[in-house]
Design a binder for this molecule. Structure first.
Ligand code: AQP
Length: 334
């Protein structure tokens, strides 16, 4: 059975980009894969964040994932900061990762433009990601398209470490991209992203979904209700393809092309369909929120299981790199 690892930041809500691009895929894969899903809280501190809110957001992300269908009986769900080996292996990997490779990462270029002074944590983000995945010797990394470059770098880090210290120790993980590669943000500025605030949360109430969808960008050709549009140029149409039935999708396209309705009508139907799609998840989330102890217990049990694997990997890493074992006071005789 192949092993998958994937992570998500607790930097805000689980939005429909995360869900369609990643979490939905994780739920599908958990039945026939060994599955580690990590709430990557150390990644979330690489940008300005709200210290007071981090703990709550970590629990909220766990609630979101469990509501979306992650089953703790099938899948190890845990918080990154609960397994110290992630940062330990990341440090090791900084010693085999060329700075030039990190500087050419698209996400680094995008996010560093938004930071006043660029911090080393943002540059090293993909090194920590490599440690996350390789600590569990995972061979598959189900992610959205935006993370493919980071998975390629992960493979290079594994190759470099293996070449220097122990051939074949780490596998070269493959990215696995789901059907929804990249969900566009509601503002039309790029991918749907927490830090750009252009999202719809999967646990948003119907009126919140409407608030967000109502002001979303559509095909710019539809200036007035009478102007026909091109559905393929409209993000609302793209979202219908994930949440509406085939006859509704055809109807939406037809009414857009012929100016048979206004964008606001089209958005109303989409809002209702998104709200219906996530209704069972909102219900499950409200049950979980009533028993926060249950969520903490799930995360603690996940961290305990993850730690067993992480500890074993690090014993191997330290040994191959020639470190003095912690149980010995004298270097072993050669
Ligand atoms: N718009 C998207 N379309 C498809 N997949 C997406 N993912 C994120 N946005 C989209 C996938 O979701 C997983 C978890 O992402 P993350 O939260 O850990 O990091 P991210 O990619 O940086 O997500 P955001 O929303 O863009 O967060 P910020 O703005 O804080 O950086 C990943 O598998 C990702 O591919």
């Amino acid at each position: 059975m192949s092993r998958i690892f994937s992570g998500i930041q607790p930097s805000g809500e689980l939005h429909i980009g995360n869900y369609l691009g990643a979490a939905k895929n994780w739920v599908d894969l958990q039945d026939d894969h060994e599955c580690f899903i990590c709430i990557v809280d150390y990644h979330a501190i690489t940008q300005a964040y709200d210290i007071e809110a981090l703990e709550r957001r970590t629990v909220d992300m766990a609630v979101g994932l469990l509501s979306a269908g992650i089953d703790p009986e099938k899948c190890v769900l845990f918080a990154q900061s609960h397994v110290a080996e992630h940062t330990e292996l990341a440090w090791v990997f900084t010693t085999v990762t060329p700075i030039g490779e990190l500087e050419r990462m698209i996400q680094f270029k995008d996010k560093s433009r938004r930071q006043e002074s660029v911090l080393a944590g943002l540059l090293n983000y993909p090194v920590l990601q490599a440690a996350d995945v390789l600590l569990y010797k995972a061979d598959l990394v189900p992610v959205g398209e935006d993370q493919v470059q980071h998975v390629e770098l992960m493979r290079e880090i594994a190759r470099k470490w293996n070449a220097r210290y122990a051939r074949g120790f780490f596998p070269e993980p493959q990215a696995q991209i789901g059907a929804a590669k990249r969900i566009q943000g509601l503002d039309g500025r790029g991918k749907m992203s927490k830090s750009l605030g252009n999202t719809v949360g999967i646990l948003d109430e119907p009126d919140e979904i409407w608030e967000r969808i109502r002001s979303a960008k559509t095909d710019p050709a539809r200036v007035t209700r009478k102007d026909p549009g091109t559905p393929e140029k409209c993000n609302i149409y793209a979202l219908h393809q994930h949440f509406s039935s085939l006859p509704v999708i055809d109807d939406v396209a037809e009414k857009c092309r012929t100016a048979g309705w206004g964008c606001i009508d089209c958005k109303r139907v989409l809002t209702d369909n998104i709200a219906d799609y996530f209704a069972p998840m909102r219900q499950r989330a409200s049950e979980l929120r009533q028993s926060p102890g249950q969520v903490s217990d799930i995360l603690a049990a996940g961290a305990a299981k993850a730690s067993v694997v992480a500890n074993e990997t690090m014993i191997g890493v330290r040994s191959h790199m020639g470190f003095l074992p912690a149980t010995q006071t004298q270097p072993a005789e050669r």
